[in-house]
Design a protein around this ligand. Structure first.
Ligand SMILES: O=c1nc[nH]c2c1ncn2[C@H]1C[C@H](O)[C@@H](COP(=O)(O)OP(=O)(O)OP(=O)(O)O)O1
Ligand SMILES: [Mg+2]
Length: 195
């Protein structure tokens, strides 16, 4: 079965491919022109559904299976920010680096050098007559330094629980075991088997 990913994030495509080896995983931008999808819901789940539905409809092939991931980081000392706003924390078209450095500065402004934090991933699966969502979480510590260049997004400032290095430094295989996205995709694979 072919899975079409409703994302334009290359880091997600790489990770989802690695975690869904039994499927042919194709970003929707390989099939049709990229278009803007307004992610204006107030939960990860509803934003994932918005993306998956938008791509399902745009493809115009009722037999296709579309998967979307909406995810983000929540920092305790910031009351859970940036959460669903993670991708636009430093502004509408902010880069990963701009978002990362803004988060570091905002944690520092609280007078601390680290804070408990967690990542959330909601995965939506949309196909003919069916919409399903699953979630996964990864807990750890957000630090006020960026170390390493592995992963993507906020990974250089995130130390997963039980480790003393950031996801920027740790091997990809470790993130693959523990991540919010891996956990959600494990559940998504169960749903896919029922299609
Ligand atoms: O494993 C992760 N490691 C580091 N950072 C991460 C991760 N997972 C999500 N994040 C951050 C990146 C982005 O700032 C936001 C996701 O925003 P989100 O809207 O879901 O994705 P996006 O706009 O990059 O791509 P798209 O919407 O096309 O799927 O959270
Ligand atoms: Mg997005």
């Amino acid at each position: 079965m072919k899975l079409v990913l409703a994302t334009s994030n290359k880091g997600k495509v790489r990770e989802i491919r690695e975690l869904c080896k039994a499927y042919e995983v194709v970003p929707y931008t390989d099939l049709i022109e990229a278009f803007e999808i307004v992610e204006d819901a107030d939960t990860f789940k509803d934003n994932a559904l918005i993306k998956a539905r938008a791509v399902y409809e745009a493809l115009g092939d009722e037999d296709v299976v579309v998967i979307a991931d909406d995810s983000g980081i929540s920092v305790d000392v910031l009351g859970g920010a940036p959460g669903i706003y993670s991708a636009r924390y430093a502004g509408e078209n902010a880069s990963d680096k701009e978002n990362l450095y803004k988060l570091i500065e905002d944690i520092k402004a609280k007078g601390v050098t680290s804070s408990p934090a967690h990542y959330t991933a909601a995965i939506a699966i949309v196909t003919k007559n069916k919409e399903k969502t699953v979630h996964g979480w990864m807990y750890g510590t957000a630090i006020t330094e960026a170390i390493g260049d592995g992963g993507f997004g906020y990974d250089p400032m995130f130390i997963p629980e039980g480790f003393d290095k950031t996801l920027g430094q740790l091997d990809d295989d470790i993130k693959k075991e523990l991540s919010h996205r891996s956990k959600a995709l494990r559940l998504a694979r169960v749903v896919l088997q029922t299609l």
